[in-house]
Design a protein around this ligand. Structure first.
Ligand code: SAM
Length: 154
């Protein structure tokens, strides 16, 4: 009630590569947490061939940012009512899975690497959700020094 939908464009602007699948304990949305917790259940991020090699070096990080494709989501709402209670908000004011590009992100704790699989805690997606990307958590990367300015020279 009160939700506003739109027609989706006939053409798309980018092609994504699903680099693996995420295995979680959740088969349906009602069971799935709205946001993951770092003390949540162990989940598996399984990289597909050939992307396992691209994990080399990741073991040194305690926290990772995971990007995934919320593939069972509708994509056509401008305003939505996540709690289905008649109160609506704009899609971009929410972290709802219903969005034009249904990308989910979570910061997870890296527990272990087993070849092309990562064991992590902190996810909130359905079993089988396609994996888009993995990056070390940005909080360990400080801003780069301005070009030409050396520490202590100002
Ligand atoms: N942590 C991510 C974020 O903030 O970008 C996702 C948050 S979203 C609120 C998490 C919810 O998306 C889950 O509770 C579930 O209802 C839904 N969801 C999880 N996996 C999904 C999938 N593969 N397709 C569609 N909806 C999914």
């Amino acid at each position: 009630m009160g939700e506003i939908r739109t027609e989706l464009p006939a053409t798309r602007n980018a092609g994504l590569i699903f680099i693996g699948r995420i295995r979680t304990p959740w088969q349906d949305r009602k069971a799935c947490p709205r946001q993951g917790r770092l003390d949540g259940p162990l989940c598996r991020i399984e990289l597909a061939d050939p992307w396992g090699r691209a994990l080399d070096g990741i073991e040194v990080y305690d926290r990772l940012e995971v990007l995934y494709w919320l593939d069972r989501s509708r994509r056509d709402l401008l305003r939505q009512s996540p709690r289905d209670d008649g109160r609506t908000q704009g899609t971009f004011a929410l972290r709802s899975p219903v969005r034009p590009n249904p990308i989910g992100t979570s910061i997870v704790r890296l527990v272990a690497r087993e070849g092309a699989t990562l064991l992590v805690q902190g996810l909130d997606c359905l079993d089988g959700t396609p994996l888009l990307d993995l990056k070390p958590d940005r909080s360990v990367f400080g801003p780069l020094a301005q070009a030409g300015v050396r520490a202590g020279s100002r």
